[in-house]
Write a protein that binds this ligand. Structure first.
Ligand SMILES: NC(=O)c1ccc[n+]([C@@H]2O[C@H](COP(=O)([O-])OP(=O)(O)OC[C@H]3O[C@@H](n4cnc5c(N)ncnc54)[C@H](O)[C@@H]3O)[C@@H](O)[C@H]2O)c1
Length: 363
């Protein structure tokens, strides 16, 4: 069978993880790469021994000159949309890194291009392939906690501002929100079937990135390092979002889903050390308040111990399988449109310093 021919657009940090995953698969050939920094795509392909794969300084040239089935878009946030749309319009499948884009209108155009071309647009949220995350999703989907009326994201970094293009608004658009925040939104929203976001009231700050005590180059730090928001979702669900790159605490709290018949809590920070699991299920049995740990029960190999899942490789494999089977996108752009609507809403509300309505154009 002919191998899948994949190109990589944007050959910086995360492109390496894409390449390492693709190279594990015998049915995939990386046939080309593109990066706007001259020489960068060539050096990247050579680093992986792909001296015959072609290198370009623009996505357009890669798409025009190399026969491919699909691409990974690994550019910084602000160029996701342009690169993904070019590829889709040329009839290529697209795996785009998270966040889907910078603005909501860009994400809408990406979905339109995917619909028009009939090609896959999948967005790179690899935690979807984490075993315990899938178990949480399954418990909530089973109806065990009843109607969910409140969701809260948790976690956050105490010290973890990433270097490079992440802190440059011209390239990344937003900071912690686009880096970690979109993951939190996906964790909270996917578990409850991505209800439509209606309004958002948000605050974003940059107290750590702007302080030389915590970040070496405050003059060139121009994005958020913390944000918090109240989001109203369709179905009378309240979503409290918070995320940080840096703070004076071990965690912004637990991730929570509260339902009419039960609750799920994922502990973050130091709270779950020495406990059997991060995940707890709370309910009421015959009037008794009952709490249980949801224990990790991954596949076990008698010689090697618990079978670890390489979630990044799983995400890249799911994209390849979707191309091969003509199947649906594993993490469809249509679904992540609501994630992007929330990111866009948080960004705009925090700039405007007031609540805003989220309006999602018809696709
Ligand atoms: N899924 C994950 O675990 C994960 C981890 C890190 C980063 N990311 C995401 O990956 C993306 C890239 O992050 P990074 O750390 O690799 O950034 P990076 O700055 O190291 O790499 C991005 C590369 O894209 C290139 N580029 C930008 N616009 C381009 C264009 N129009 N055409 C071709 N090349 C272009 C840049 O020159 C740069 O080399 C971001 O959106 C980030 O959120 C995802």
């Amino acid at each position: 069978m002919a191998k899948l021919r994949i190109g990589i657009i944007g050959t910086g940090g995360i492109a390496h993880a894409h390449m390492r995953a693709y190279q594990q698969f015998e049915d995939v050939d990386i046939v080309g790469g593109a990066d706007i920094i001259p020489g960068k795509a060539r050096a990247f392909l050579d680093e992986f021994g792909l001296t015959k794969a072609e290198a370009f300084t623009s996505a357009a040239d890669l798409i025009k000159n190399v026969a491919m089935d699909g691409v990974s878009v690994c550019t910084y946030n602000k160029t996701h949309a342009a690169c993904a749309i070019q590829a889709l319009e040329a009839g290529l499948h697209v795996q785009c890194e998270k966040p889907m884009s910078f603005t909501l209108p860009e994400a809408v155009e990406m979905v339109r291009a995917s619909r028009k071309s009939g090609k896959i647009l999948t967005i790179g949220f690899q935690p979807r392939y984490s075993y315990m995350r899938q178990k949480v999703d399954e418990i909530i989907a089973s109806g065990a906690i009843g109607k969910v009326y409140y969701v809260q994201s948790g976690g956050g970094r105490r010290r973890g501002i990433p270097p490079g293009t992440f802190v440059d608004a011209d390239k990344a658009g937003f900071g912690c929100l686009g880096d970690l925040g979109c993951y939190s939104i996906d964790e909270c929203m996917h578990a409850i079937g991505y209800p439509k976001p209606l309004t958002v009231s948000a605050v974003a700050t940059d107290y750590f990135g702007k302080n030389p005590k915590y970040w070496p180059d405050p003059d060139n730090f121009n994005v958020d390092d913390f944000s918090v928001a109240l989001i109203r979702l369709e179905g009378d669900i309240t979503f409290i979002f918070k995320q940080s790159w840096a703070m004076h605490a071990d965690s912004l709290g637990d991730t929570l889903w509260l339902g009419t018949d039960g609750g799920i809590k994922v502990s973050n920070g130091f709270d779950y050390a020495n406990k059997p699991s991060r995940v707890m299920h709370f309910t009421d049995v015959n009037g008794l308040q009952t709490d249980s740990y949801v224990l990790p029960s991954n596949m076990y190999n008698a010689y090697a111990g618990p079978k670890e899942v390489d979630i990044f490789a799983a995400k890249v494999r799911a994209y390849c399988d979707a191309i091969l089977t003509g199947g649906p996108a594993p993490i469809p752009g249509e679904e992540i449109l609501y994630n992007q609507a929330i990111c866009d809403g948080i960004y705009r509300s925090s700039k405007l310093k007031r609540e805003i309505e989220i309006e999602i154009p018809a696709i």
